[in-house]
Design a protein around this ligand. Structure first.
Ligand code: ADP
Ligand code: MG
Ligand code: MG
Length: 252
């Protein structure tokens, strides 16, 4: 079975009923790195929110299977415990919760769901120190509240550190439309590349091709108006860089 199988997904905004995803199909197998590209407003971020279980969206048709099980039936924390990791375009700030505490809670919740015991504080500290050193994350940053006042680059480091600790099976990264600076670009691409493995899949959502010079995807999809309208190999990203999204944008 596929790691993730999305069939005919229809999603609307709960508040006003506007349909955003209009029959999206996507199959992701373990070991693959997928890129989802497409014009602004095509529904890319909506897809990542639905995978996360955000409440503002309503699935009206279709299904999402994760390792053969109904993902939509799982609570957000269950999804995380089962190895689904989502990093958003606009990461949430959690004032009052130190980044370190947040990491420990997330890691222990996952271990608990897997029937593993909690890590002791020294074990956890050793693990965090090891992973954060590799990402150039300072002790000071670990003590600060999650994402509060983090720079763009620090937010990316924070995401990649979470991935490195949690070792998810499925990583979905929704990258900012305004592009990443050089430092952030390097952190994300090195982090993603280091975590590539035959057991893991990644979906990198991005408006811009530049990230894909560094994270070479196996499969590239173009999303337009709530559907995946084209799928190809890595060369599709290069083609889009040249031709842009004009062919995929419906006239307003
Ligand atoms: P993308 O990430 O491809 O730019 P989005 O998923 O952010 O696309 O948005 C798709 C469309 O849905 C846009 O027209 C956006 O304005 C609308 N939309 C998404 N989420 C909401 C929401 N919670 N409330 C109102 N409109 C929304
Ligand atoms: Mg957008
Ligand atoms: Mg978006």
């Amino acid at each position: 079975t596929a790691l993730l199988e999305i069939r005919n997904l229809h999603v609307r905004i709960a508040e006003d009923g506007t349909e955003i995803l209009k029959g999206l199909d996507l199959t992701v197998n373990a070991g693959e790195v997928h890129a989802i590209m497409g014009p602004n407003g095509s529904g890319k971020s909506t897809l990542s929110y639905v995978l996360a279980g955000k409440e503002d969206y309503e699935v009206t048709d279709g299904e999402i299977l994760y390792r053969g099980e109904d993902l939509l039936d799982m609570e957000p924390d269950e999804r995380a415990a089962e190895g689904v990791f989502l990093a958003f375009q606009y990461p949430v700030e959690i004032p009052g919760v130190a980044f370190m505490t947040f990491l420990k809670t997330a890691l222990n919740a996952q271990r608990k769901a897997r029937g593993e015991g909690e890590l002791s504080t020294p074990e956890f500290m050793r693990l965090v120190r090891e992973k954060s050193a590799a990402l150039n994350i300072s002790q000071d940053m670990l003590k600060r509240p999650v994402n509060v006042g983090f720079s763009g680059g620090e937010k990316k480091r924070s995401e990649i550190l979470q991935m490195a600790l949690l070792q998810p099976r499925l990583c979905v990264l929704d990258e900012t439309d305004s592009g990443l600076d050089i430092d952030a670009l390097r952190v994300v691409s090195e982090g993603v590349n280091a975590l590539r493995s035959p057991e893991r899949a990644m979906i990198v959502i991005t408006h811009y091709q530049r990230l894909l010079d560094h994270i070479v995807p196996d499969i590239v999809h173009v999303m337009s108006d709530g559907r995946i309208v084209r799928t190809g190999g890595k060369e599709l990203a290069l083609e889009l860089e040249k031709s842009g999204y004009a062919a995929y944008t419906t006239a307003a």
